[in-house]
Design a protein around this ligand. Sequence first.
Ligand SMILES: [Fe+2]
Ligand SMILES: [Fe+2]
Length: 373
Amino acid sequence: MQNARTISRPVKSDGAIREPETARPLVHVLADSSDKLSGICSILEQQFAVAGERLDAEAKLSQVPFAIIIRAELRDTGNIAAIKKRAARLAKATKRIFLVEHSSHVSISQAYALGATLVLPGTINKIKLLAALTDPAELASASSSDTPQSDNAVEAAATAIASMFTAVALGEPLDVDGTKEAGRKIAERITEHGLSEWLATVRRHHEGTYQHCLLVTGVAIDFGLSLGVGRADLERLYSAAMFHDIGKAQIPRAILDKPGRLDADERAMIETHPAAGYDFLKDHEKITPEILDAVRHHHEYLDGSGYPDALGAENINDVVRILTISDIFAALIEHRHYKPTMPRTEAYNILCGMTGKLEKALIISFKQVALTR
Ligand SMILES: [Fe+2]
Ligand SMILES: [Fe+2]
């Protein structure tokens, strides 16, 4: 039987073993076979210090990892017992990601019952796994061992957003269907529980660009529902919202998440994101012209003062108008650790003050979304 092994100790060109790099965050991988163990470790090694351990081995690591990844057959009672035996160690890790082989409801529930903060079912998806590990925003939720099931829906949506940004940053293919599916699930959730619950959960657990995309999608969906749009239009709206800021994937995080005012150069860089997003998506066969239009034009204003194309009202369609209002509102009510959260009333008043830029009739309809839903 193979014992615990530290995997991230590649041999240097001079033949010496490299000491574990303390600068890189430590991820601990548990699996029920050596093949699974080495497969997952090889995915993670480029970005993390990795330690692997088979579930049937007795092993203890001296360092507490920030994340534990578990890949095991959860219908096997021996595996469940082995995971339970490590419960104390598991609880210390901020992220506990279960890669569940069978995407049955039973296996997924079992993973959450064993303390998962996130479950990724089915075949292992490198992008999703790396995205789940690099999303810095879910620390708050992941550190709680009693994360309610409903919050896991938010985590899954956040993972879809994070996957999208990671794919762009790494130049890997984009999972368009997966992203749209996450949008559909947000629509389901908001239809069932309302917008306020969505806003509160997202703001509690997420920061920065991922939080923003989740909030914009939620607000746009609820705006669409309140306007009584049909299913096809609702799908256009949430798809556009999920992708709208994808161009930010190439902007340094330090600028995106900078507290306080941006200087002129930083602002100019931020303003490249609609055209960059358009360029990135334009040749993608599954991206519709409507999504492309929304990605490129969600910062345009009816009076021609927006960017990148200074479009006038006649060239800005309804999906884009709804998205722009949702985008501004979501940006205003975002939770940032360095400033108090703006109340929804105040945010709505700011929208009302943007005379000539946003459609007045839509702003009036938006009132109930902003204030009461
Ligand atoms: Fe934007
Ligand atoms: Fe945005």
